[in-house]
Write a new protein. Structure first.
Length: 96
């Protein structure tokens, strides 16, 4: 059980650091050179909560802290789902 909790914590940490990484990237990106659509696509793909909020309310100012915490929670939920499926699959296919 402890390993599963550690894996879920790792998922949440990954989500947090992904958001912080994107925040730093967009803060340091040159304002004169437009950012490619593929970079925005990758940012939206790896930060699903922020992408949904920006789709619903495009003028809503989202802070990096809110996005990082929401992304960590989203990744933790995703990790919980993956680990639950993994545990069930592992118990079904244990060789006798």
């Amino acid at each position: 059980m402890r390993k599963v909790l550690m894996r879920i914590a790792a998922w949440a940490s990954a989500g947090f650091f992904v958001s912080v990484g994107w925040g730093l990237y967009f803060a340091r990106a040159s304002k004169e050179i437009p950012i490619d659509a593929i970079m925005y696509g990758l940012a939206r793909l790896t930060q699903p909560t922020a992408a949904v909020m920006l789709y619903i309310k495009p003028n809503l100012p989202l802070g990096l802290t809110w996005v990082a915490v929401a992304n960590a929670a989203t990744y933790a939920l995703l990790g919980l789902i993956v680990e639950t499926i993994r545990q069930r699959y592992r118990h079904i296919h244990i060789p006798a």
